[in-house]
Design a protein around this ligand. Sequence first.
Ligand code: GUN
Length: 298
Amino acid sequence: MRSIRRMNQPRILDGKAVAATVLEECRTETAALKQKGITPGLAVVLVGSDPASAVYVGSKARTCADLGFHSVKIELPEDTTQEELLKVVADLNADPAVHGILVQSPPPKHIDEETVIRAINPQKDVDGFHPENVAKLVLEDSSAFVPCTPAGCMKLLEISGIDTRGAEAVIIGRSMIVGKPMAMLLVAKGSDATVTIAHSRTKDLAAVCRRADILIAAVGRPEMVKADWVKPGAVVIDVGINRIPDATRKSGSRLTGDIDYAEVAPRCAAITPVPGGVGPMTIAMLMKNTIKAARQSI
Ligand code: GUN
């Protein structure tokens, strides 16, 4: 008998539900560490008052507190100097109760982010942005801290039973936070995907995207990916979190991804919603990384 695949009802990859199971695991691991006298500690640092960053940092600190971590939230004014920020990082490096340090990106323009990232002790770099962790990721060294958003995408694929081996994966976006580490994870042994990193200069981006069995959008352009960019039956992961005006909402705005969900969803086999897809996974993986940092500190 021939099987007929319905294309108009994609599987929704529920990041909120999967993140909840990861956080339950974290809760158990935290309890076990506390029995050994170690309380995982995470410090999140926010410079300036970008409203989206403030929401992310708040939610990271809340999740920490909920898991029983030692949680430090440092909010610094917009005009904090590079030297002042480096001093805060140095103090956190020296604090034995802090196992993980995260400086929310992007910082204000007068701060050189590269210098700040390099100042973080690589053993506390739970973002996985320090060159030492970037190198470890490329080397497939299991002690690496893997950046939380791509790690969350991989976990979501894995727990959803989506087989990446031999798949054609296309990532739109070449950032150090998502695009590049995502490529490394997908091409690594065990994941075994064939990876293309596309970006704003890619020739015929739509045609490149149409090759993808797994399409990952991480560009920060609201609803950029249209139905005819997507191969029927593809798995689509939307990393974008964009706030756009919406007069029908009381708030006057709503969140949307980089994928035009209404157009694309009927065409694909599985898709992540925004919100409730990759976002919650990012926070869950940050908690995992902090527990890993605490364990590796012993
Ligand atoms: N800004 C957006 N995503 C991230 C992240 O994963 N880590 C940090 N530090 N800043 C971000």
